[in-house]
Design a protein. Structure first.
Length: 134
């Protein structure tokens, strides 16, 4: 957390995976589900308006939809839900009909406020079958 806001991931279902982990089967055309539910709760605990920015980085950056800047009024709390872009998720290997093994791609989400920043880890897991086995 920065000196002006708190940020936390809600419902991190599986501690062994990154903060925001999305899993898709090769044959599913990029659709899948979050292993760790992607709700991110932000709270401004100052008496001033705060603008928060979001930037995805690393190998997974293109798979997540851009999150617009968020303005939090004094004391305000908001929850955001990052989403994925199916055609970008689908472009990661393994692909349907391919022979490559299950793979995990990693990156990060940088959340910045005027007085600080926090980084969450991100993952896109692509699997051939119904069980992730990299």
């Amino acid at each position: 957390s920065g000196a002006d806001i708190t940020v936390r991931v809600i419902n991190k279902g599986d501690q062994k995976y990154n903060d925001l982990t999305y899993r898709a089967q090769a044959r599913a055309d990029g659709s899948g589900s979050f292993i760790n539910v992607p709700d991110i709760k932000l709270q401004n605990f100052t008496k001033d308006k705060v603008t928060v920015t979001f930037k995805f980085g690393g190998d997974t950056a293109r798979a997540f939809a851009k999150i617009p800047d968020l303005v939090l009024a004094a004391g305000e709390e908001k929850t955001i839900k990052p989403t994925t872009i199916a055609k970008e998720v689908d472009s990661f290997k393994p692909s349907a009909g391919g022979t490559s093994r299950d793979r995990e791609y990693t990156g990060n989400l940088l959340i910045t406020s005027p007085k600080g920043s926090i980084t969450f880890t991100t993952s896109i897991q692509k699997m051939r079958g119904s069980k992730f086995e990299p």
